[in-house]
Each structure stands twice: as C-alpha cells, then as structure tokens.
Design a protein around this ligand. Structure first.
Ligand code: ADP
Ligand code: MG
Length: 458
C-alpha cells in the first residue's frame, strides 16, 4: 500500500481503536505503531519498536486491529509488522507509554553525550531494585561509577538472560553522564563486531578506533558474542589494552562465566579476570514483589497487591518474564475493567507457569538423577555411610538441590537425613572444586542439562 494511503487508513482505524480500548492500553500498545508504505497491494505494514511489541500485538490485538481497519473501510487486509518504530527501545524491552513531547529534548541531550547505541532512559539506578542476590553487583557498579577506571577495571558481570545485566550497565552509563564524569560508549558486542567489519570494508579503521579508544567508559553488553570471532577478538584485545593502559573503565556483561565462553583467546580470558568478576542471579520473592510494585508505579498500572504477589510467587526464573506477566494481567484488567481472580490469573499465566514448573525441580528428582549417574543406590543419598564413592555424589546432589530448587538449607538437609550445616559445607566444597576442575564443571553442567535445566548453575 502506498504511504499516504496507509497513513490515512491507519489514522482512521486508530480513532476506532481509541474508543474501543482504555486510554492506558491505547497509549501503551497502539499509540506507538506507525503505518508504513510498501509495494504490495492488499497489505498494510505497521512498524513497531521491537520484537516484544510485535509478538504481543499479534497475540492480543490483531483481531481488534483488523476489526478497526474493517470499520475504516478496508476489510481483509493482510497486516505485516516491521521492527523499527520511531522510538528507540532495545529488543526484549517491555514497552512503556508513548513519551510526552517534553521528554524529547532530554533524550536528545543523552544521545549527544553517549556515543554508542542509545541508552534506555528507564534503565537507571533509581529504577533498579536491589535485593539478594544482586546487591553485590549493584554495589560494585556504584563503586565503579564513583571512580571510573580506578575501582575495579575491568568489571565483568555474568548471569542468565533477563536478570538485569543490561539494565545495570546502562544505569552506570547514565550515572557517569549525569555526573559529568566523562564520555560514555554503550554498545553491544554484536554492534561492535558489525562496526568493525564495516570499517574494514570501508577502509575506515581509523575512525572505528578513534570511536572506541577515546572514551572514559566503555560498556560492552553480551561479550560472550566474541566467542569464535578471531579478528574481532584481535581488535577488541587492542581496544581493551588501549583503554586499560589509559585508566579508562571497561565494563562487560555475559550470559555465562568467562571460562565458559567458547573459543575465547587465552589472553582475553586472563584480561577479563583482571578486575572484578560478579554474578547476577534471579532475585528472591520479596525483591520480585518490590520490582513489580516499582513497575506498577512507573507504568501507572492498576493492579492489586494480591495480583503482584501471585505473579511473584509463580514467575521465578527471569525478571523479563516477571514484567511480561504483569503486563499481560494489566492488559486484561484494563480491557475488561475487572480485577482478576485467582482463576483468571492462573488462566492468563498458564503457559508461563507451566514453563516455570518444568524448571522447578524436586530434591528427590535430583537425588535420583545423581544416583543414576554415579551408579549408586538412591538409598545411598540418605544413608549414614561415608565412603568417598558415595559421599561425593551425595555432596553433588546437595549442591544441585541448593542451586536448582527454592528449598531452604534445613529442608534440603532434611531430605538427605542431615542438618543445614552439612548442606552448606557440601555446597561450598563442590563450588570450590568446580572452580579448579573443568571436568567436574562439565559433569555438573551435564547433570543440570539432564535435569531439564535451562541455564548453567553457578
Ligand atoms: P539481561 O540483560 O540480564 O538479559 P535486562 O537488563 O534486559 O536483562 O533486564 C530485563 C528486564 O528486567 C528489564 O526490563 C529490566 O529493567 C528489568 N530488571 C532487571 N533487574 C531489575 C531490577 N533489579 N529492578 C528493576 N527492574 C529490573
Ligand atoms: Mg541484556
């Protein structure tokens, strides 16, 4: 459809949509859509800010949009979503209401100072809820922001997906900019790689190097992407050295520990370990509730505390899913104008809950799997015997129970016929051995995978 026609049609459809759904939902989901022109007859292309919008709109609002287009006189159009709306959001970000006009100048100011990929204005320290087990990474991030290049250089943050790594390092960038402590470049390792390749093709390596070597703070997200990319590793090695020698701060994130990034040059491994390595993990129940409350306020969502508690109780694996679940419930509540009951919540979140249950393992399941793996009897897990061939697998089972279940130390101890101190000791001892012994790490990883786990235990 030709551009002007598309725009006109969409604007009529929007009028219809704005009367059909609440203002809140409209501004969050519909107001951000742009109509675009294309060459296909009978097709309307709608651009949305990121993949999250695309999936959400397809799943929840496509019939309504189609109905609105019908009301605007265009029935049976095929709708195609395209990524790349007018506003910048990172892939996977949850949406927010369309920005008011007054915030425009602010965003522009931030872009001038940050020379990399633009920062999400919501990713600030203020919006980052601190709780175990993320308080250490948070404290380290604050220390680095206080004295970039001096406190811990480099800083390396690792942890599974959706646990707040990007949020935290973008917060560091915004804090440094706000305090005028120097120039900042936030980028993803993928962008770094693409720009490097492009600079080679365009014979403009000098500009590339100038960009990445003349800054005070380099924030590089998802560095595990470097694995196996030989020439980019070579280039990054020199970028790293140049910044480090000049006491410029480097902060990296990764979805796995340094030692588990496949095909990463030894000299990079050792450099990444020079400074501070910190891990982020899924936060506990209270912090999950606090995060949801913060989000509720930020997005001006109307949902009772009981709903938030329900969500926090059931979504335990990832903060992005936690937020997504709240948005789903909020959209339902605002569309139906009803407070969801427990049955409704269970229904709305059934897929997520099912996925979560698959990852929630029982201690007995772990004992059974470890016993099978080491070819010992299940009864050996709880027996008082201590020969090494039994004691060590038992410790591993305790370690995995602590890592993979939400059970407390005493109840894990109970399941093994022991007390909580024994579990704590086993956990520490296996953890320490894993650090030194790559084979053991591999064993634990493969046990974890057999147990149906999705991410590697620490
Ligand atoms: P990662 O980079 O580890 O995959 P993100 O930083 O993208 O995860 O976080 C996913 C979502 O969860 C983001 O919307 C982020 O704002 C939110 N989030 C993560 N941790 C926190 C936290 N401690 N407090 C508030 N929001 C958080
Ligand atoms: Mg990230």
């Amino acid at each position: 459809m030709e551009l002007n026609k598309a725009k006109q049609l969409w604007s009529t459809a929007c009028e219809f949509l704005s009367t059909a759904i609440s203002e809140d939902v409209y501004s969050r989901w519909i107001g951000v859509i742009d109509a675009a022109g294309d060459d296909t007859v009978g097709q309307l292309t709608l651009t949305v800010p990121n993949g999250f919008y695309q999936d959400w709109l397809k799943e929840h609002y496509l019939p309504l949009i189609q109905e609105a287009l019908g009301a605007a006189g265009a029935e049976n159009l095929s709708i195609v979503f395209r990524l790349g709306g007018s506003r910048h959001l990172n892939e996977g970000d949850t949406p927010e209401p369309a920005p008011k006009k007054s915030s425009r100048t602010k965003t522009r100011a931030a872009k001038v100072a940050n020379i990399g990929v633009s920062l999400n204005p919501r990713h600030t320290f203020d919006n980052f809820v601190v709780g175990p087990p993320n308080s250490f990474a948070h404290a380290a991030a604050l220390a680095v922001v206080e004295a970039p290049g001096r406190a811990y250089n480099p800083m390396f943050i690792h942890g599974g997906t959706g646990l707040g790594k990007t949020h935290l390092i973008q917060a560091m960038g915004q804090a440094v900019l706000k305090r005028g402590k120097g120039s900042v470049c936030y980028t993803t390792c993928e962008t770094f790689t693409n720009e490097f390749i492009q600079s080679l093709q365009q014979h403009d390596l000098a500009a590339f190097r100038k960009k990445y070597r003349h800054i005070d703070l380099l924030l590089i997200d998802d560095i595990h992407f470097l694995g196996g990319k030989e020439s980019t590793q070579e280039e990054f090695f020199h970028t790293f050295n140049s910044l480090h020698q000049n006491q410029k701060q480097i902060v990296m994130t990764s979805d796995r520990p340094i030692s588990e990034i496949a095909n990463l040059q030894e000299r990079l491994v050792s450099r990444f370990e020079w400074g501070l390595v910190t891990e982020m993990d899924m936060v506990d129940f209270e912090t999950r509730v606090a995060i949801l409350r913060r989000k509720r306020e930020e997005l001006r969502i109307q949902l009772g505390d009981d709903c938030l508690m329900f969500i926090a109780q059931h979504v335990k694996s990832n903060i992005r899913k936690l937020e997504g679940s709240m948005l789903r419930v909020a959209s339902y509540a605002s569309l139906t104008r009803k407070a969801p009951t427990t049955e409704t919540l269970e229904y709305l979140l059934r897929d997520t809950i099912e996925q979560e249950n698959q990852t929630a393992l029982s201690i007995e399941g772990i004992q059974r799997m470890v016993a099978e793996y080491y070819d010992i009897r299940l009864g050996d897990m709880t027996s008082k015997q201590r020969p090494q061939n039994i004691a060590f697998p038992r410790q591993i089972a305790m370690y995995l129970s602590r890592e993979l279940t939400e059970q407390s130390l005493p109840s894990i101890g109970n399941a093994f016929g022991r007390n909580h101190a024994t579990v704590l000791h086993a956990h520490r001892s296996v953890g320490a051995k894993m650090k030194k012994d790559a084979n053991l790490r591999q064993t634990i990883l493969s046990l974890h995978q057999r147990l149906g786990g999705v991410s590697a235990p620490s």
